[in-house]
Design a binder for this molecule. Structure first.
Ligand code: 5RP
Length: 264
């Protein structure tokens, strides 16, 4: 790995090799999703607690002050909306020049293995990797499932993650699932987990984060389960304690409970 690539990776993954990424890129196909109607208001208070932001260029340019020294993981795929039945019909939405102009630490693209546009999304990934590699920019592949949330099992996710890594992704974002260790074992690059749609209890989210880290994930890249919580700062702090301090679910839950009324 060249110095620039290593340097960007080390901005995202901290000294302990782990990361707490905040995903706020949902609007690229979901529009003004609940609690992200005003991105600046939702994102700004969380910046001090996260290691990087996964975001679209529109929200980055318009809603985040450039003074923040926060590593950016820029979403560069899209081209559809939640109104489409098939969400896999994605293309590349940002040039490598614009990603460089935005001083990003990594770029992110979705792949849709087994979906109608599987081939197109895998070629999007490889084409962008070729360009990003030239510029020393790491590429994060998201193993997206669109509306088919039931696909999230170890057999499917390990297939998807492995394909992403084989094609050259430097980081893979996937979902936690039963037997998650199988997904980790068969993926030779660092894995981070998404949170998926908002869960009923914060405790369940902390449990997933704990189990994922215990089974080898290098971090989380969660969105809705953080900022759709009534207590986003307490939530991200509890997640951080799991990822960076090795806190148990019980300890992280105590931290969450102790912070929730203090920090809204
Ligand atoms: C969809 C995405 C999302 O936009 C987002 O990053 C997912 O985060 P979460 O599921 O934790 O809300 O990558 O494929």
């Amino acid at each position: 790995m060249d110095w620039g690539m290593k340097n960007r990776m080390s901005r995202i993954f901290k000294e302990d090799g782990r990361t707490v990424m905040l995903a706020v890129d949902h609007g690229y196909f979901l529009g003004a999703v609940s609690r992200m109607e005003n991105p600046r208001r939702t994102i700004e208070p969380l910046i001090p607690y996260v290691d990087s932001l996964m975001i679209t260029r529109g929200v980055l340019r318009n809603c985040i002050d450039a003074k923040h020294n926060i590593p950016i993981v820029l979403r560069v795929s899209g081209g559809n909306s939640i109104l489409d039945e098939d969400l896999s019909n994605e293309g590349i939405t940002v040039s490598i020049q614009d990603a460089l102009r935005l001083n990003v630490s990594a770029v992110a693209l979705s792949i849709y293995v087994g979906a109608p546009h599987e081939h197109q999304t895998l070629i999007n990934l490889t084409r962008f990797i070729d360009q990003a590699q030239e510029c020393g920019i790491p590429v994060l592949a998201v193993t997206a499932v669109g509306k088919e949330l039931e696909k999230r099992n170890a057999k499917y996710l390990s297939l998807s993650c492995r394909i992403a890594a084989e094609l050259g992704a430097h980081i893979v974002k996937t979902y936690y699932c039963e037997d998650f260790h199988q997904v980790v074992e068969s993926c030779p690059v660092p894995l981070v987990i998404a949170g998926g749609p908002k869960m009923k209890s914060e405790h369940d989210v902390l449990e997933i984060a704990y189990n994922a880290i215990a089974q080898g994930a290098k971090g989380v890249d969660m969105g809705r389960n953080i900022w759709q919580s009534h207590w986003p700062v307490a939530m991200i702090s509890a997640i951080r304690s799991i990822v960076h301090e090795g806190a148990s679910v019980v300890k992280a839950t105590h931290l969450f409970e102790s912070l929730k009324d203090k920090k809204r």
